[in-house]
Design a protein around this ligand. Structure first.
Ligand code: CA
Ligand code: CA
Ligand code: CA
Length: 328
């Protein structure tokens, strides 16, 4: 093998090990394999799969990153064949970016059902309402630039947090969209060490039954039990939990327009790791256009954050921990 070929092979080998996904601030992110986020207009029945018509997302920018950032929204309108039509498209969705003190730390901002309380806490930095137009259909709208210090500094996260609220202010259609935290106003350019998280996730499942979607709640060291809730799952297959100690614990699943909750104890080895909530569609007659809400609470009733890039990586079941747990 000549030296040039060897060099190329070496570069290819190194490139294949680079943690590309770890630098991606798409929400939903690659590891989640979720088709899109969705928020319905406020007049939609909850049976469409959105219980509150509001979605709150937080973007964490590491302290050391000082350059301007942009929050980009893909397909911000409810219009066109990629959104969920109910009669005629008459839905308006407002996306608003908040920073400053309390944008994250206000209790209501971390609520699973932000229909009351001051969930619009902090300083409003930018806002835009999107109606039935095709201007941004299947393309990106960019908010910003924002200086990272315009966010709320949170010591335990080691960075600044910006909040985005998507709210279906009128109409009854489903607006599908995605987010990206970028260093560029015209392109999706990730920030090393940045992340995105939410406490309650309303999203669209894939129609393809071969696709498995994931959510990764982070279990901190004070968590001794969790309650995992799902809404409007439409009996579409099963939901199971994988962790360093669990190979596949089955969860109770919801049907149409109802919540179902499963509670289980957290063992020592699961603390300071992420859980992998796997959503597996049924193979026969998989549900189409299935919109679902998921949240996870600890023993105090506090919601655990879902990070789009799981903290500590995607958890892998470790046989030694699982075996030890069974014999206890
Ligand atoms: Ca409509
Ligand atoms: Ca849309
Ligand atoms: Ca549903």
């Amino acid at each position: 093998m000549n030296t040039l070929i060897k060099k190329h092979l070496f570069i290819l080998l190194i490139a294949s090990y680079l943690p590309i996904a770890c630098f991606s601030q798409a929400a939903p992110a690659d590891d989640e394999n979720i088709a899109s986020l969705i928020t319905f207009g406020k007049n939609a029945e909850t049976s469409w799969g959105d219980n509150d018509h509001v979605q709150i997302f937080f973007f964490l920018i590491p302290e050391k990153f000082k350059k301007p950032v942009y929050i980009r929204v893909f397909d911000p309108e409810a219009s066109g064949d990629d959104d969920e039509l109910n009669g005629v498209f008459d839905t308006e969705t407002t996306f608003s970016v908040y920073g400053g003190k309390k944008c994250w730390s206000e209790e209501a901002a971390q609520s699973s059902n932000p229909t009351s309380g001051n969930y619009k806490s902090g300083n409003l930095k930018a806002t835009k309402t999107f109606g039935n137009t095709s201007k941004y259909d299947k393309t990106w709208y960019t908010f910003g630039p924002f200086n990272p210090t315009e966010g709320e500094y949170v010591q335990k996260f080691g960075g600044n947090v910006l909040k985005v609220i998507a709210e279906g202010i009128s109409g009854d259609d489903g607006n599908k969209y995605k987010f990206y935290l970028s260093t560029s106003p015209t392109d999706n350019v990730p920030i090393e060490g940045a992340n995105a998280f939410a406490y309650d996730y309303c999203f669209r499942m894939w129609d393809d039954p071969k696709q498995v979607s994931h959510i990764y709640p982070y279990v901190d060291d004070k968590t001794i039990s969790v309650k995992i809730s799902n809404f409007d799952w439409d009996d579409d297959g099963f939901i199971r939990i994988v962790s360093v100690a669990r190979k596949g614990q089955m969860e109770a699943v919801s049907g149409q327009d109802n919540w179902v909750t499963t509670e289980f104890k957290i063992i020592q080895e699961e603390k300071n790791t992420s859980l992998d909530i796997q959503m597996i569609k049924r193979k026969n007659a998989p549900v189409k256009n299935n919109n679902v809400v998921i949240n996870v609470r600890n023993q105090y009733g506090e919601l655990l954050p879902f990070y789009t890039i799981p903290i500590g990586g995607v958890p892998k079941y470790k046989y030694s921990i699982g075996v030890k747990q069974k014999t206890e």
